[in-house]
Design a protein around this ligand. Sequence first.
Ligand code: ZN
Length: 306
Amino acid sequence: MKNIFLRDRTAQDVNELVAKVLRDLGNPEPPLHMDHVRELLRLDRQYYSSTEDGALREVAHRLTIAGKQVLARPALLLDVIKKWDLRALFIPDRKRILIDSELPEAKQRWSEAHEVGHSIIPWHIDTMLGDNKQTLTPACHEQIENEANFAAGQMLFFQQAFVQNARDLTVGINAVTTLKKRYGNTITTTLWRYVEQSEQPMIGAICCHPHRLPAEFDWGNPFRYFVGSRSFQQRFSNTREVDLFRQVQTYCANRKGGPLGATDLQLQDDSGLRHLFHFETFFNQYEALTLGVYKSAHSVVVAVSS
Ligand SMILES: [Zn+2]
């Protein structure tokens, strides 16, 4: 499972910080205008290119992180960006968000919201890149990243408004595409929020066309993206991605685009009981979206000889 839920207390703290931003913006209607957010928080946005060393070096030259260190040694920032394969970053003492211009535009929105997340979470400032006194352990880094992603999701999907909208719509991929348009975010992030807000066991996945696998297809990691609702993670933690992918292949047609198929599939919970999920897959020319929604416990049919 690729999504991690924050501890309730942390989620609540971050939620309050996001709520303040939305309130200070005058509780606007979606979609969220990132330029309004930057203006409110007095953040500055700049682009760099991760493929052109020169452009990045130039940005690095203009920066100070935690004093003079980076200014004196721009290579430090380059190292950090390369080492962590950063697509965006936040420079606290300049209140500046840097975004990799190579990143597709649709994804820049998420990256920017993620960096805004870092900027509004007070305990991130001390642990961010800028702080060279503290070495960030991988676990600590991951926690910080999860929190910034959570903030981005809450901000771009207007917290409870999205949950309410999601619950007013008939459950399914159609609801996800409707919400994608309303909130103006990518299909991937919409699917992620849609699955996470579900109180029922629910699973969302994104992969290539299940019948048009690229040469470099990785069977060990068939889904580019695999998320489960909280109750799914609690009850179906043994679900193997590769098994599920093979099942998705069985009901999907080798069609060029649109709905590829739908069916009920059985998944085994952690105590070995079988449950029915309704699965559907949609191909939007770039990627295949799969949504699995809990239906019922599977009633075992006992064959009785007469
Ligand atoms: Zn981050």
